[in-house]
Design a binder for this molecule. Sequence first.
Ligand code: SF4
Length: 235
Amino acid sequence: MNIYQHKIEPTLVSVDPGALARLMGLDPTDIPEPYSGLISKEIELIRSYENLQGGYRIYDKLRFDTEKNTIILDDVTFHVGKQVMQNLRYSEMLAFFACTAGAEITDRSKKYMGAGDYLEGYVADLTGSLLVEAAMDLLHQILSEEMKQKGLKVTNRYSPGYCHWNVDEQHLLFSLLPENFCGITLSESALMHPIKSVTGVIGIGRNVRFINYVCSACSDINCIYRNSGETSNNL
Ligand code: SF4
């Protein structure tokens, strides 16, 4: 089985204060207090989180049905939709991934909320969302480097619940990974624990490519991942 797991050193990931400010509806070039102080504090605390980890399982027996926009593995069929299919269809392999920031940051957020510090809890929660994406950027980069050694390229990454891929297929995706992979579990209602976790798929092959500005044609203006891949053009 082609399964890889990586512990992610928190000093290797960073969260941009400007990106956090933007998510809060603030001007990233002039973040007022108390937001600025709270953002700095949460970003500083990232170094103390010890449970950042991620991994992937690589499949090479694939069939793409571009009429139905489905990807068929041995006994699992994903209905990924047109947008995801367009970028994955030339893949020779697929890496199904999972990555987590761990439970600590959500526990902190809940603790703040419980004490009535709603703003601090909110900042911690948003930091966790960007932290897991930063960890996943690193994992994406690791996969890209590994594949480059073999003369292969990687695509953008896609997750159930985004880019018109139904979130219910999260269960199918988990069925491909070992139980409790990277310490992540899935509830009946497709909620992951730890909450700040992501799963999805990345295409691999000689004729695939990473597409910049993939979000510019999308109408989902509230998507937290909007434009997040546009800085990853070194993939
Ligand atoms: S904004 Fe980007 S990441 Fe979000 S659903 Fe649209 S294309 Fe996908």
